[in-house]
Design a protein around this ligand. Structure first.
Ligand code: DI6
Ligand code: FE
Length: 404
C-alpha cells in the first residue's frame, strides 16, 4: 500500500462510531493519501510492504480528529464590551436589546465595515480557534440584515477558507433579529429574506444551511416555520437557535423540519428531546453563552441522553452572548456546567459536530476515506484536553494530510 504520510506510535482517539467510547487505539498509526485517511489502526496491523513518502513518529502523543466548531458568529465588526460591563452592573441581555443595543449594535458596526475589513477582523478570531486544533468551523451571517450586507458577511466567511487551511461551512442567519428599518413591518422583512436574500445566497453558493433565532424578541415559531418552509423547498438544510431564554417549542419545530441541529436548548422539554431523537436532529450545546449570560437553567442533558439525542458542543463565538474564541474552554464548560462526560464533550467537538454540519460522511472521526484532519496533542490522556483551563496542549494541526 502506498501512503503519502504515516503517523505512528501514538494513542489514537478515533471517535469512530462503531468503536466503544473514544475508539481508542493504543500504539496506533494513521496514514494519508491525497488528503484522506488511507489507513488507521494498531501499528502491529500495518499492512506488510506498505510505503510512505513521509514517516512521523508520534512519540506516544494523543491524536484526535481535527476539532470542529459547529456554531460560530465569527464574522462581525465592533464588540459589545460596554454591554458586558452594563450586565455586570445589573442590566440584562434583554433590557439592553430592548434599548436598541444587543445584536443591533453589532449590526450597525458590521454594516459600516466592508468585506475585507470583516475578513481581517475574523482572521484573528479564526487563528485562535485553529491554534487549538480546529480544522472545520461553521460561520453564520446575521449582523447585516440587508441583502448586500448578509451576502457581504457570507462572502467574508467563505474567503477565510482561502486564507487559512480550514474548512468553512456557512449558515444564513438573516433571521437573527428584526432590522430597525422593518420595525413596523415584520412580514415585509420575512418577504425580503424569502424572496431576495435566500435566493441570492443560494444562487451565489454562499449558504450551506439556514438558521433562525427563534426566541422572544427575535422570531416566532410561525415566522420560523415560514422561513424553514422556504429554505427546505429549495433543498437547503436548516438549523435553529431554540429554547435558549424561553421554552418556545423551537426544538420540536426544528425536529419537524428535520433540522441538522437545534442549538442552545436550555429550556427544551421532554417532548422536544423526543422529537429531536426521532428526527436525528443534533443538540448543539453552547456553554459559553450560558456562562456569559449567567443563566441558571442548564440544557436537559439527562433528557437528551434518555431520548438518544446526539450532543455537540461549540463556542457560539459572538460579541454579545458568547465572546469566546476557545473551543477547549467550551468543552471544559460543557463538562463542569452541563455535566457532560469527557467522552461526550470530545465527541461533541468531533463526530457529533460533524453530524450537526451534515458533514459526518467526510469529517469527525479517524476512519478510512474521511478527510485526514488531525490534532496532535502534547498529552497522553484525552481528559487533559478538557481538564486544563487556559492551557493549550496542541502540538500540531494537520489539515487534509498536511501540517497546517
Ligand atoms: N446566539 C445568537 O445568535 C444570539 N445569542 C446566541 O447565543 C445573539 C448573539 C448576539 O448577542 O450578538
Ligand atoms: Fe448563536
Amino acid at each position: 500500500m502506498q501512503f503519502d504520510r504515516l503517523w505512528r506510535g501514538g494513542r489514537l482517539a478515533t471517535m469512530a462510531p462503531d468503536r466503544a467510547g473514544l475508539g481508542l487505539v493504543e500504539d496506533g498509526a494513521v496514514a494519508s493519501l491525497d488528503g484522506r485517511i488511507a489507513w488507521v489502526g494498531p501499528v502491529a496491523d500495518l499492512p506488510a510492504g506498505y510505503e510512505a513518502k513521509e514517516l512521523m513518529d508520534l512519540q506516544g502523543r494523543l491524536v484526535t480528529p481535527g476539532l470542529i466548531d459547529c456554531h460560530t458568529h465569527l464574522v462581525f465588526a465592533g464588540d459589545r464590551a460596554d454591554e458586558f460591563e452594563m450586565r455586570l452592573g445589573g442590566e440584562t441581555y434583554e433590557t439592553i436589546a430592548e434599548a436598541g443595543g444587543g445584536i443591533l449594535s453589532t449590526v450597525h458596526a458590521t454594516r459600516a465595515a466592508d468585506q475585507q475589513t470583516l475578513t481581517d477582523l475574523a482572521l484573528d478570531r479564526l487563528d485562535r480557534l485553529l491554534g487549538e486544533g480546529v480544522t472545520t468551523l461553521e460561520i453564520k451571517s446575521g449582523y447585516g440584515l440587508t441583502l448586500d450586507d448578509e451576502l457581504k458577511m457570507l462572502r467574508a466567511a467563505r474567503s477565510l477558507a482561502g486564507l487559512r487551511p480550514v474548512e468553512v461551512v456557512t449558515s444564513l442567519l438573516a433571521a437573527h433579529t428584526l432590522p430597525p428599518e422593518y420595525r413596523d413591518n415584520r412580514v415585509a422583512y420575512l418577504d425580503l429574506i424569502i424572496d431576495r436574500i435566500l435566493p441570492a445566497a443560494l444562487d451565489q453558493g454562499l449558504a450551506d444551511a439556514m438558521d433562525v433565532f427563534c426566541e422572544t424578541g427575535a422570531f416566532t415559531l410561525s415566522e420560523t416555520e415560514r422561513l424553514f418552509e422556504a429554505a427546505t423547498a429549495r433543498g437547503l438544510p436548516v438549523r435553529l437557535h431554540a429554547d435558549q431564554r424561553s421554552a418556545g417549542g423551537g426544538a420540536a419545530l426544528a425536529a419537524r423540519f428535520g433540522a441538522l441541529s437545534a442549538d442552545h436548548l436550555e429550556r427544551t422539554d421532554a417532548t422536544g428531546a423526543r422529537a429531536m431523537a426521532e428526527a436525528g436532529t443534533v443538540a448543539v450545546l453552547l456553554p459559553g453563552a450560558y456562562y456569559a449570560l449567567r443563566d441558571q437553567t442548564p440544557p436537559p442533558v439527562g433528557l437528551f441522553r434518555e431520548a438518544g439525542v446526539r450532543m455537540a458542543v461549540a463556542t457560539d463565538c459572538n460579541p454579545g452572548s458568547s465572546p469566546l474564541t476557545s473551543l477547549l474552554m467550551a468543552l471544559n464548560l460543557s463538562v463542569v456546567l452541563f455535566g457532560l462526560s469527557v467522552e461526550e464533550a470530545l465527541a461533541g467537538a468531533t463526530r457529533e459536530a460533524a453530524r450537526a454540519l451534515g458533514r459526518f460522511e467526510s469529517l469527525g472521526s479517524l476512519e478510512v476515506g474521511k478527510a485526514c484532519d488531525l490534532a496532535l496533542w502534547d498529552a497522553a490522556r484525552p481528559v487533559e484536553l478538557i481538564y486544563w483551563m487556559g492551557r493549550n496542549p496542541l502540538y500540531r494541526r494537520v489539515f487534509r494530510g498536511m501540517d497546517a
